[in-house]
Design a binder for this molecule. Structure first.
Ligand SMILES: Nc1ncnc2c1ncn2[C@@H]1O[C@H](COP(=O)(O)OP(=O)(O)OP(=O)(O)O)[C@@H](O)[C@H]1O
Ligand SMILES: [Mg+2]
Length: 468
């Protein structure tokens, strides 16, 4: 629209300017001729020398290229180079402006189609009844008195036709340019707004809870970046949504299992009032164990949820990681003895750091407990703590059954257990490693595992020493 409008304004101004220029030239030329003849005719008009006047008019008409008329001070035609209007009175605007308004010369353009012609007779040039003529007038002065008017009527058809052709061309060019501008504008705005529209649709879909919404990453610059950012955001949200659903269903399942065990045992207690004392005590002991298990799961879940929503605060203090590892080994001692295993501790550095002691205790205990739990009776577990640069490296290596490559990729997932039956027997819920992973990440550390089936597993945890 803007381009089209500016073109219209430009084309209009240009045609006007060109028209003005052509008129100016023509007027100047005609006026100069007229004024020259007006001066020459003055004595003859004053002397009322009709023959001389008509001779001069014929000559002037030839020289100026048009019809020349000579009027007296009343506007009456004294002489006409076309010999048609002698004795008639001319009332044209150009004549009146000299005789009534007292101007020395005037000029006007008239169309022959009859609309602006007051006296067609004077304006007629030959047999033409259409087209354009100009009427120029100049006062004839004698002794400072206007004694008559010299009139020149000539054809300006060619000039006007040229102007109209020019105008028509301008209109054609304008239509072409405007169409091109509108088309290109539409194409460009389409290119620009399409991705935006797609993005909006994607956002709306996501707003309705459809996290599978993705938008094509086309275009360039900002819009492409926006689409990429949107896609990676929706990918994250989708995977969060999936893992949340998975988490809820796993959690309910895990909570349900101990509950149903407990229900069976309590029902037996209710419906068998004459149950032996020893069996009753055993049942109650089992129920108690299940309750412990439930509360362990619930507290694990709470830990994970807290870490998830970033509300978990680290209570950092000056502490020694070596002391934490020794403490975990000490707590595991009864289990180790029961399983007739050997735990070799190799602590090279006290690894003093500024960290959350109780959380790192959870980390060390979980990793070492796994090694003990999943390694067969009589197995060996090597625990080492060293300092490497700015990090503390805590490595737990066992010679247990190992973890397959496929399973290794999942061990940090919530409720994931490689061998469900065996892990449950060992009392695990599959939350240990995901808690460890969260806590290590919270301390800006890293955890990784290497394992070979049948040979053993090694967990390596690196924690920055000077964090905080
Ligand atoms: N050292 C190891 N050797 C072999 N398998 C292991 C070892 N550590 C972990 N795993 C496997 O990885 C799974 C996940 O471990 P994780 O500690 O997360 O859960 P869990 O020990 O089963 O339960 P929880 O720790 O919550 O009591 C375990 O079930 C086990 O199958
Ligand atoms: Mg565990």
């Amino acid at each position: 629209m803007i381009i089209g409008l500016s073109f219209v304004v430009m084309a209009g101004t240009l045609t006007n300017m060109l028209g003005d220029y052509l008129f100016e030239q023509r007027i100047r030329q005609d006026r100069a001729g007229l004024e020259k003849w007006a001066v020459q005719a003055a004595p003859a008009l004053h002397a009322a020398d009709t023959r001389e006047l008509s001779r001069m008019l014929t000559q002037a008409g030839n020289e100026l290229g048009g019809r020349v008329l000579l009027l007296d001070s009343d506007g009456k035609v004294q002489s006409d180079s076309f010999m048609e209007m002698n004795g008639m009175r001319l009332k044209n605007r150009e004549v009146a402006s000299i005789l009534v308004q007292g101007r020395s010369a005037d000029y006007g353009i008239h169309s022959l189609d009859g609309r602006t012609v007051d006296t067609p007779g004077a304006l007629a040039l030959g047999r033409d009844t259409e087209g354009w003529v100009s009427m120029g007038t100049a006062g004839i002065v004698h002794a400072s008195q206007v004694i008559g008017v010299m009139v020149l009527v000539s054809s300006v058809n060619e000039m006007m036709t040229n102007l109209y052709v020019l105008q028509d061309n301008m209109v054609i060019i304008f239509v072409a340019v405007a169409t091109a501008a509108i088309l290109t504008g539409m194409v460009f705005s389409g290119i620009l707004t399409n991705p935006m529209a797609e993005l909006t649709r994607g956002i709306q879909r996501m707003g309705k809870g459809d996290f599978s919404a993705r938008v094509p990453e086309k275009g360039s610059g900002e819009i492409k970046h926006m689409a990429q950012a949107f896609n990676s955001m929706s990918e994250k949200l989708e995977s969060f949504d999936q893992s949340r659903n998975q988490f809820v269903s796993n959690a309910s399942h895990e909570l349900k299992t101990p509950l149903s065990t407990m229900k069976i045992m309590i029902e037996s207690l209710i419906y068998q009032p004459d149950m032996e004392e020893a069996l009753r005590t055993e049942f109650l002991g089992d129920v108690n164990k299940e309750i412990d298990r439930l509360s362990a799961i619930v507290s694990d879940l709470l830990t994970l949820v807290q870490a998830d929503v970033h509300t978990m605060k680290l209570n950092r203090e000056r502490m020694s990681l070596a002391a934490v590892v020794k403490e975990a080994a000490h707590r595991l001692q009864p289990l180790v003895q029961q399983r007739q295993q050997q735990v070799m501790l190799s602590i090279e550095d006290s690894c003093d750091m500024y960290a959350d002691r109780s959380k790192l205790e959870q980390v060390a205990y979980n990793i070492m407990e796994n090694a003990v739990k999943y390694t067969q009776q009589g197995g060996e577990i090597h625990v080492s703590l060293t300092r490497s640069g700015k990090d503390a490296a805590f490595v737990v290596k066992d010679n247990g059954p190992g973890i397959s490559k496929d399973a290794l990729a999942h061990v940090y997932e919530r409720f994931y257990r490689v061998d469900k039956a065996r892990a449950r027997e060992a009392g695990g819920t599959g939350l240990g490693l995901s808690i460890v992973h969260q806590l290590v990440t919270l301390h800006s550390g890293t955890i990784r595992a290497e394992s070979e089936e049948g040979k053993g597993t090694t967990f390596i945890i690196e924690l920055p020493l000077h964090k905080g």
